[in-house]
Ligand binder design. Structure first.
Ligand SMILES: Cc1cc2nc3c(=O)[nH]c(=O)nc-3n(C[C@H](O)[C@H](O)[C@H](O)COP(=O)(O)OP(=O)(O)OC[C@H]3O[C@@H](n4cnc5c(N)ncnc54)[C@H](O)[C@@H]3O)c2cc1C
Length: 263
């Protein structure tokens, strides 16, 4: 355990997969909003020759977007986002017939390695993308939220886990700062710590959740004119992989080589 960090017995850490909502429950759930019409179909495939270079690749079409990224030296994970009617989700691979339909379907004809990924896809699953209303506070009494439980996000900036790590860094930093002897903290002290943690984190995560939503809305559009507009946007700095956005995400809020948490 890191020096100066209090034991966790007093801290009820909560986490849940808030972005992974079962579609059947969302129709009854007024909290779902925004991207509920979007569905992602994802799978795992042997990396085809065209995609051997280790990089993230995006394909854009009318009403669809595909992303693929290597997960090791021979496997690639891929995900296609489309607009479809909501259906029951299981978070398990589809049955073999349904997987085969995807492998034989229109995405298997996409160029530049995309079709090859779809044709050879395994563990194909389908899940909805949902946005949740943002929370105004992440703590109550001796309990505090972090990660997806605090700020569930759509996946388009790849920031869910990254922001959870930033939460942890700041929470630990503040626990060490305000309770350096790692004593049993009072509820008042915890409230002070959690309030500062929240004020450091909420605006950053809120910005990234909104940006992720915007990126999603840019990527999947319908019709020739909308597609042209999207393609133009992708060529400018507003694109999802704009250097500016990523530099900002990577640099803040850390000072390179500096940590306030001593291990
Ligand atoms: C397809 C997909 C792709 C993603 N890609 C990226 C990416 O490229 N980059 C990125 O940064 N993020 C990505 N994310 C997001 C990332 O996975 C999450 O933001 C991150 O896992 C959140 O971490 P967490 O600890 O808050 O929650 P989780 O990882 O969801 O952990 C919560 C844990 O709590 C457990 N749990 C829930 N309820 C209970 C209970 N009652 N009792 C005990 N245990 C319980 C769950 O089983 C789970 O293990 C992606 C997510 C998905 C779905």
């Amino acid at each position: 355990m890191a020096r100066g960090i209090p034991p966790v017995s007093w801290l009820a850490a909560m986490a849940c997969t808030a972005t992974r909502v079962n579609a059947s429950s969302t129709s009854k759930n007024p909290a779902s909003q925004g991207l509920s019409r979007w569905v992602t179909t994802g799978g795992l495939s042997e990396t085809p020759e065209e995609l051997r270079a280790p990089r993230i690749v995006n394909w854009y079409d009318n009403g669809a977007h595909m992303i693929a990224y290597p997960v090791n030296d021979h496997l690639t994970s891929w995900a296609i986002t489309t607009q479809e009617v909501e259906s029951q989700e299981t978070w398990r691979a589809m049955d073999e017939d349904a997987q085969q339909k995807i492998r034989d379907g229109p995405f298997s004809q996409w160029p530049y390695g995309a079709g090859k990924l779809v044709k050879s896809g395994t563990n194909i699953i389908k899940y909805g993308l949902y946005d949740r209303p943002e929370l105004e506070s992440w703590h109550k009494g001796r309990t505090v939220l972090l990660g997806d439980a605090a700020h569930p996000t759509s996946p388009h900036l790849g920031q869910g886990a990254n922001q959870a790590f930033e939460d942890i860094y700041h929470l630990v930093r503040l626990l060490v700062k305000y309770n350096p002897e790692a004593g049993e903290p009072s509820t008042e002290l915890l409230s002070e710590i959690f309030t500062e943690y929240e004020s450091t984190r909420i605006s950053r995560t809120s910005t990234l959740v909104k940006r992720a939503r915007e990126q999603g809305e840019i990527r999947v559009v319908n019709g020739v004119e909308e597609c042209k507009k999207r393609n133009d946007q992708l060529r400018t700095t507003q694109g999802p992989f704009s250097e500016e956005i990523y530099r900002e995400i990577m640099q803040n809020p850390f000072e390179v080589g500096h940590s306030e948490v001593s291990i």
